[in-house]
Design a protein around this ligand. Sequence first.
Ligand code: SF4
Length: 92
Amino acid sequence: MSSQNYKAYSSSSKSIQNLETNKFSSPKKKLGEWQVNKEQCLGCGLCESLCPEIFEMKDGKSQIKNGADFDKNKTCLIEAVEACPAKAIVRQ
Ligand code: SF4
């Protein structure tokens, strides 16, 4: 694994850990805001397929929909974060 890939993987793993921490240690705490790193995004569309309430494709890259409800869609959000081949979905 290259250092750049490891950095992206490590960053995303921390995002997932933070998400899980929030989920289990403070159920009432909101999940926070998420973003797609457009430089890392490969434009594969997997996140949109897994979680269309949160992600949409624009100009060949994924982006977070306006008004996306992360708490309501946390199951598919977690799936998309874990499935993203570029680890481009990160917490702000
Ligand atoms: S799954 Fe990852 S690489 Fe694919 S479109 Fe979504 S953010 Fe981009």
